[in-house]
Design a protein around this ligand. Structure first.
Ligand SMILES: Nc1nc2c(ncn2[C@@H]2O[C@H](COP(=O)(O)OP(=O)(O)OP(=O)(O)O)[C@@H](O)[C@H]2O)c(=O)[nH]1
Length: 368
């Protein structure tokens, strides 16, 4: 099994356990030496502190639930190490070193519950050893053993602290990256939302945008008891421009008129591309008179336009239809329908003019 496929907790514990147990082997070895221990005691020490960490790593790495197996290993550590300590009469510093190391490990991975569990298994291990081998309390250790136990414990704690610091730094970094990604997603969503409300050819608001903006504008104007006008604008005989100069020239004309409309209503209204060569202006707070002036001015501006597209001269006129809230309708669809009827009347009456909707029949007001 490749190392990277093994659960990170199992790998981390293998490294920590191997290190801690090796350091303990040296420190406890000096204790055994001072006590003139026989070959059996040395064998037990080597097995427990040098071979055991690799055996349990092997077991956890191959277990169906590696994390669970590793937590189990930690509890077994507690039972075995305390059994060892009791069998040697609970020498003070070695026992303290093992006790702190074990508690720390379980506390880190399982919190208070882990601490209680490991204290339980340590007690069980110690009790079993005392029952099997008897207990003769011998707390004393040589200064060398004491110093080595202190050094081993210090080193072990420093390794833990370094790991904790490294993980903290990595966490902060990964949070920062996540926040950046989240900001990017929010930005993209906003752009996407904007794009779904924008006409791609002209950059003006599209029908979807209008469908949201018009009811809201009506509500606002109703609340403030102000008028609202809708101006429908259609390029006259636009098909001829396409036919005579090509579709790209037609596109350029649409873009040019859109740019001018957008400038015209900037700050006090909304310009939409309503359909192919049809635009709609939403003018909240404006009555018929100012809307009429605006539409007439625009009509004149377009008629005077002399566009150059790829060496071809493009000219156009527009027809406009105007409706007003609350005069012609009090709901969005009715208002647009009234403006559309007025536009139709302007077309019928010869184009290049502005018509205002009336309750019954629209009448035409010439652009000049
Ligand atoms: N270049 C270009 N042409 C478009 C676009 N959308 C619609 N059109 C064209 O606009 C033309 C509209 O033609 P009509 O509806 O017959 O109207 P018109 O020629 O403008 O005549 P009136 O409206 O009656 O004055 C069609 O030829 C469409 O192909 C567009 O995005 N770009």
């Amino acid at each position: 099994m490749a190392k990277r496929d093994i659960h990170w907790v199992v790998r981390l514990n293998w490294r920590n356990r191997s290190l801690f147990f090796a350091l303990a082997f040296v420190a406890l070895g000096t204790h055994l030496h001072a006590r003139d221990a026989g070959p059996g005691a040395w064998c037990a020490l080597a097995l427990l502190f040098l071979a055991y960490p690799h055996a349990v790593y092997w077991r956890a790495a191959r277990a169906p639930h590696p994390l669970r197996a590793e937590m189990h290993n930690l509890l077994v550590d507690g039972a075995l190490l305390m059994a060892w300590a009791v069998s040697w009469g609970l020498p003070l510093w070695p026992s303290y070193m093992l006790f702190v190391g074990l508690c720390l490990n379980l506390m880190i991975f399982l919190g208070q519950r882990g601490l209680l569990q490991v204290v339980g298994t340590m007690s069980a291990g110690g009790l079993a050893a005392a029952l099997l081998l008897g207990f003769d309390f011998q707390p004393g250790t040589t200064p060398l053993t004491t110093a080595l136990c202190m050094a081993a414990l210090t080193l072990y704690l420093l390794v833990f602290a370094r790991d904790g610091y490294g993980r903290g730094v990595a966490l902060v970094e990964s949070r920062r990256r996540m926040r950046e990604q989240l900001d990017e997603i929010t930005r993209l969503q906003a752009r996407l939302r904007e794009q779904t409300r924008q006409d791609p050819l002209t950059g003006l608001a599209n029908r979807r945008h209008l469908d949201e903006a018009l009811p809201q504008a009506l509500v606002d104007c109703h609340r403030l008891a102000r008028p609202l006008t809708v101006v429908m604008i259609d390029i006259d005989h636009f098909k001829r421009i396409n036919d005579a100069h090509g579709h790209l020239a037609g596109d350029a004309m649409i873009r040019e008129l859109a740019r001018r409309l957008s400038r015209l209503v900037e700050g006090h209204g909304l310009a939409c591309r309503y359909g192919g060569e049809e635009f709609l202006l939403l003018l909240p707070g404006r009555g018929i008179e100012p809307a009429l002036r605006l539409a007439r001015d625009f009509g004149r501006e377009v008629a005077a336009l002399d566009m150059n597209f790829d060496g071809q001269r493009l000219q156009a006129t527009v027809s406009c239809g105007i409706s007003e809230y609350p005069t012609h309708a009090s709901e969005p669809r009715g208002l647009v329908r009234a403006a559309d009827q007025a536009l139709y009347a302007a077309k019928l009456q010869g184009r290049n003019r502005v018509c205002v909707a009336l309750d019954e029949a629209p009448f035409a007001l010439p652009a000049d």
